[in-house]
Design a protein around this ligand. Structure first.
Ligand code: ZN
Length: 313
């Protein structure tokens, strides 16, 4: 049985585990992410790998990292929320653990996990859209992970949806993720609660004040029928659908997978995404509709995908 280790490195924690060829996690662990120090990061990852490799016979290590990873899957050029700049993570960890290592963008690893073992099973052309604080993405075309020429592809959240629109952390304005993410959902809810406190009665009771409203309050209030919370989900659905329709015009996938933290409330918006997608797709009525599915693997998709990519390296 061929085992690998998958590691999912985020800004606050590192999740890791031993993964088999069916995508099952044999053993897993979690550590705090030393986000401010590339040296400590490499040591922490290596330490976690060494601990697991002492108990299991593993053949390789896959690391999914929240950053821009180069086309050789070795160097993290830049990470917005971590201290990596031109970081040779593959080499550093491989030296410390004595195993082959591949480094992959975390959203790519997550998409690969869902494609192989989750909601994308059976499809060859899959676009995974991770809706959290921002929007991440991964693209599988013809059974291959699409990375682009320099490894920087599939930054779906930074398509410009609104020229001159809301400012984005990337330095541009009007990026899709400023309209179709968890943070835009919360912003809509807060703004509209201020304008329409009567329609936001549930929201304001849960949050205590406009500023006190949190993401989970928007979900809970929407389930209670709160007008403002429902409108925020409606806006999210329409913006998501438009982005998916635009991507379908270019990539023509068989299915989209909606993942990330916001997908936990998918029952509140995914049917509307399907309707609006069908109403906005170019060539509609004369082509099959891509399926829009909800991710199945939860937060484990990243480490499972990274482990699997290491096996297939
Ligand atoms: Zn942006």
């Amino acid at each position: 049985m061929a085992l690998t280790i998958g590691v999912d490195v985020g800004g606050t924690k590192i999740a890791y585990g031993v993964v088999d060829e069916h995508g099952a996690i044999i053993e897993r662990g979690q550590r705090l992410s030393p986000a401010g120090s590339p040296e400590k990061m490499a040591l922490t990852i290596a330490d976690a790998v060494t601990e697991l490799a002492a108990r299991h016979t593993v053949e390789a290590v896959g690391i999914g990292a929240a950053g821009f990873v180069d086309e050789t899957r070795s160097i993290i050029r830049f990470a917005p929320n971590l201290a990596w700049r031109e970081e040779p993570l593959r080499e550093k960890v491989a030296e410390l653990v004595g195993l082959p290592v591949v480094v992959e963008n975390d959203a790519n690893a997550m998409a690969w996990g869902e494609y192989r073992f989750g909601a994308g099973r059976g499809e060859s052309h899959v676009v995974c859209v991770t809706v959290g604080t921002g929007i991440g993405g991964g693209i599988v075309l013809g059974g291959q992970l699409y990375r682009g020429r320099w490894g920087m592809g599939a930054e779906l959240g930074h398509m410009q949806a609104v020229p001159g629109g809301r400012p984005c952390g990337c330095g541009n304005n009007g990026c899709w993720e400023r309209y179709a993410s968890g943070s835009s959902l919360l912003m809509e809810a807060r703004n509209n609660a201020e304008a329409d406190p009567e329609g936001a009665a549930h929201l304001l009771r849960l949050g205590g004040s406009v500023e006190g409203i949190q993401g989970e309050h928007v979900t809970e209030a929407a389930r209670q029928g709160d007008r403002v919370a429902l409108a925020a989900f409606e806006s999210l659905a329409v913006w998501l659908a438009q982005g998916l329709a635009d991507m379908a015009a270019i990539l023509d996938p068989g299915c989209f997978i909606i993942g990330g933290g916001v997908s936990g409330a998918a029952d509140l918006f995914v049917d509307r995404v399907r309707e609006e997608f069908a109403a906005r797709l170019t060539g509609r009525g004369h082509r099959p509709l891509a399926e829009i599915r909800v991710a199945e693997m939860g937060p484990a998709a990243g480490l499972v995908g990274a482990g699997d990519l290491a096996r297939l390296r």
